[in-house]
Design a protein around this ligand. Structure first.
Ligand code: AMP
Length: 237
């Protein structure tokens, strides 16, 4: 089963992707993380992508597609992926569909985390990332126990360079003018799930899980979702 999360920067999609990956036994793939990793390692792709990421612009489709399609090679029958941050526009969605259809593992559900722009601005300015594994914390919504230190691995927290005010505004403009068109695209496929992204992380997660169950029920497929604390198996893809 493959799921994707659509949400503006600061909508909490990274956090929800981690939770869903654990709960549904999916591999989480975040295009932003893959790009930052390529940039940090100075790969040819990273060098090409760097100026776009630094400006807060979308990296050209062919570069991102290469990264993501490579990662889908690891897909097998049992385990699916949860995509975070990809696709970001219609051509990316079409390429992804073609690729996953060819593998016989289409997207099962596209989850939109709905958070108003004013809230996003507020949340992003409080966002901090850990140096070691990229765990995301937020001074307002999900503060670490000790200021400046990741609860999970003890590494230092830092603010991303593209989380500065003018870059945040640029990224949100792109989301609300371009990426938002994906809602119609996936709605037409009967795969769109809109979830209110405001409120507690656990409650948002529960809404997503219940909604995914609903999409599966409408399609007459077995529910993929296990109770929160148990390991699970799913049968639909
Ligand atoms: P994110 O961590 O998802 O906020 O992504 C950080 C930056 O990586 C974005 O502002 C873009 O510059 C780039 N990026 C991530 N995913 C994509 C994508 N699917 N298409 C184009 N650029 C992307």
């Amino acid at each position: 089963m493959n799921i994707l999360l659509i949400g503006a920067q600061g909508s909490g999609k990274g956090t929800q992707a981690e939770l869903l990956a654990e709960r549904l036994h999916l591999k989480s793939l975040a295009s932003g993380d893959l790009l930052r990793d390529a940039i940090a390692h100075g790969t040819p792709l990273g060098q090409q992508a760097r100026p776009y990421v630094e400006r807060g612009d979308l990296v050209p489709d062919d570069l991102v597609l290469g990264l993501i399609l490579d990662a889908t090679r690891q897909l097998d029958d049992e385990h699916g992926i949860i995509l975070d941050g990809f696709p970001r526009n219609i051509p990316q969605a079409q390429s992804l569909d073609a690729r996953l259809e060819a593998l016989g593992q289409p997207i099962a559900a596209a989850v939109y985390l709905d958070v108003p722009r004013e809230q996003l601005l507020d949340r992003l300015s409080g966002r901090y990332i850990c140096r070691l594994h990229g765990h995301v914390w937020n001074l307002k919504t999900k503060p670490p126990r000790v200021a400046g230190v990741c609860d999970l691995d003890g590494s230092e927290l830092y603010q991303r360079s593209d989380d500065q005010p003018e870059k945040i505004a640029r990224r949100l403009d792109i989301f609300f003018s371009e990426t938002i068109r994906l809602l119609d695209y996936y709605e037409a496929q009967g795969k769109l799930l809109r979830v209110d992204g405001i409120g507690e992380i656990a409650r948002v997660n529960e809404s997503i899980v219940v909604g995914i169950d609903g999409i599966f029920a409408v399609k007459g497929l077995s529910a993929p979702v296990a109770p929160r604390t148990e390991s699970m198996q799913y049968t639909a893809g």
